[in-house]
Design a protein around this ligand. Structure first.
Ligand code: ATP
Ligand code: MG
Length: 568
């Protein structure tokens, strides 16, 4: 491609709307442009990048024996109503009506439709197992679309669904997808971690997420270097820890704590440690109020809480008015003693003695609180978020934590959708059996952001060859020098003849501008034709490499071809 013909609107300035590196670089390199919050167009370079990623996903799905099909994105409501997800998705689902007032949605994910397809098209047990997939645009009206392609409202997902006769079949289909995912993310050049994930509300017997560790990731992951355990925060099992406290039975004491609202203020006021406190937080869970307790230095994990309570909606912090009504006090003084709503306590609370809680009275706390004597929770359960330094639940080693970008998710669904929609088969004996399903998603467009988030430096993107929009660029230093232009074009033609997807920077720009652009758009390798062109000497430089090396034209071309073919 001649760069003079390319639509490549690179920007020198960092766009104000972008907070994270990948988003900034995708805008600056002219890969994408925003249309509305979470909705983007792909410009030519962005589309080439996208297609390379998509192609890797497709190749590996095909290699794994999955079959591609393509569903509509505009979907009639019925199947989602039958599964209950018309309500479950709530405001996340884009809903609309046609001219005859029929309900439709823009598909957020397609379990229902694939299940329906199997019901309609497959009738004999002999046709199982099957894994079907599509690479398709999904729509979710996310509460916080942000970070460019990372969390879009329109985004591309590869979604696959496996259909098996029994659990053993599902295990096999799941493993095949697991292996395919490992190949995909490796080929994308991503450094990824596989974590155990929560399968709570979705039912199902197992689930794993493919995470790219990154400070901008929105998911917390806990891992142990000693035994290889890794799980996301929702799934990670917390080992309760006992901290020192005053021993022996002491009488419950009410103390005046004026102007101390936060744990920090209380710690200072009372001369205690944060772990001597128990926080009591009031949640609204499906129209019921519950009090949730964790140690003062811990945080509640709302997904664990949701699974424990089995509520349909995500639990929400109770509004201040409700807190005042329940506790008869200002917000910040809730406690378990005599609160009058069910109390759910983290397992660690069970190990505490003589601790401090809110007294359900403004500016008052209780100290020397004891379980059993002063209050009794409904239940002790693991409802806190794991932290760095916790004990590994598998080997007792030390847990470390990191943020991760969820690029893929594989899930043993079991019979959730086949039961809801009636996907059955007749076995050899003519007996009706339920089909066992798995589902497997990759955020194809999110992968683009993840790749750039991992592969960049202060000058721009450093594309892995496997997904680079263009593989090489030939840059004549001075367009006015005919000799340079000729040689550069000849090198460009030779690279093309070798099957290299090359750029020729024939633009009438200063050399500095050309170099900056080549770096910004992350071309993996470049050949610069300059002063020594008359001697047949050019410069070869890999984008990720340190410095340019002079080579003969033949060597430079051969090295580009070798480098690209080895790294594709
Ligand atoms: P998240 O927790 O990030 O919202 P999810 O768990 O709801 O994602 P899944 O339903 O598991 O997402 O979808 C499969 C894959 O699709 C995810 O692993 C992720 O890579 C991608 N994905 C989900 N939501 C978005 C989005 N809003 N924008 C881009 N990619 C997304
Ligand atoms: Mg997920």
């Amino acid at each position: 491609m001649r760069m003079s013909k390319l639509l490549m609107p690179t920007l020198r300035e960092v766009p104000a709307e972008a907070e994270i590196t990948s988003h900034k670089l995708m805008l600056r390199a002219g890969l994408i442009r925003k249309l509305a919050a979470g909705i983007y167009s792909y410009l030519p370079l962005g589309l080439k990048f996208y297609k390379k990623v998509e192609n890797i996903v497709r190749e590996e799905m095909d290699r794994a024996g999955a079959q591609e099909l393509l569903m509509a994105a505009l979907l009639p409501a019925e199947a989602y109503m039958a599964s209950g997800r018309w309500e479950v998705f709530g405001p996340n689902m884009f809903k609309l009506k046609d001219r005859n007032d029929r309900d439709f949605c823009l598909g957020p994910t397609h379990e229902e439709l694939f299940t329906q397809t199997m019901i309609n098209e497959v009738h004999s047990y002999k046709e199982y197992p099957k894994t079907l997939y599509q690479i398709q645009t999904k729509y979710r009206d996310e509460a916080r679309p942000r970070f460019g392609l990372m969390r879009g409202r329109e985004f591309v997902m590869k979604d696959a669904y496996s259909f098996d006769l029994d659990e053993a079949g599902l295990d096999k289909s799941y493993k095949i997808m697991y292996d395919a995912y490992c190949r995909i993310f490796t080929r994308l050049g991503l450094d990824f971690t596989i974590v155990d994930a929560d399968s709570g509300a979705m039912g199902g017997s197992g689930s794993q997420e493919f995470m790219v560790k990154s400070p901008v990731g929105e998911d917390g992951i806990a891992y142990c270097d000693s035994c290889g355990y890794a799980a996301n925060y929702e799934k990670a099992e917390c080992v309760p820890e006992r901290k020192p406290s005053e021993e022996g039975e002491k009488p419950l004491e009410k103390i005046h704590t004026p102007n101390a609202h936060t744990i920090e203020e209380l710690v200072a006021f009372m001369g205690a440690e944060p772990y001597n406190f128990a926080k009591t937080i009031i949640y609204k869970a499906d129209d019921k109020y519950v009090a949730v307790m964790v140690r003062g230095d811990r945080e509640v994990n709302e997904v664990k809480l949701k699974n424990l309570l089995g509520c349909t909606d995500d639990p929400e912090l109770a509004e201040p008015a409700a807190v005042r009504e329940i506790t008869h006090a200002e917000v910040g003084f809730a406690g378990p003693v005599g609160i009058g709503i069910p109390v759910y306590a983290d397992k660690e609370i069970e190990l505490m003695e003589n601790f401090i809680v809110g007294a359900n009275e403004t500016d008052m706390h209780y100290k020397n609180v004891r379980l059993g004597r002063d209050f009794t929770p409904e239940l002790f359960a693991d409802i806190r978020t794991i932290e760095t330094g916790d004990k590994c639940p598998h080997c007792g080693g030390e847990i470390k934590t990191a943020q991760g970008i969820e690029v893929g998710h594989i899930f043993k669904l079991g019979t959730k959708y086949s039961d809801a929609l009636g996907l059955k088969y007749l076995d050899e004996n003519g007996k009706s059996q339920t089909v066992i399903m798995g589902c497997y998603g990759i955020g194809v467009s999110r992968c683009l952001a993840a790749v750039i988030e991992q592969c960049n430096d202060e000058n721009g993107i450093i594309f892995p060859v496997s997904v680079a929009p263009y593989e090489a660029v030939v840059i004549p230093v001075n367009n006015k020098q005919e000799e340079q232009m000729h040689l550069a074009e000849e090198i460009y033609d030779r690279l093309k003849a070798e099957g290299i997807d090359a750029l020729f920077d024939d633009r009438a720009e200063r050399a500095g501008v050309k170099f900056k652009d080549a770096d910004l758009i992350g071309v993996p390798v470049r050949i610069v034709v300059g002063k020594k062109c008359g001697e047949g000497i050019v410069e070869y430089k890999e984008r990720a490499g340190e410095s340019a090396v002079e080579k003969t034209v033949n060597d430079a071309v051969a090295d580009v071809v070798k480098f690209i073919k080895e790294n594709r």
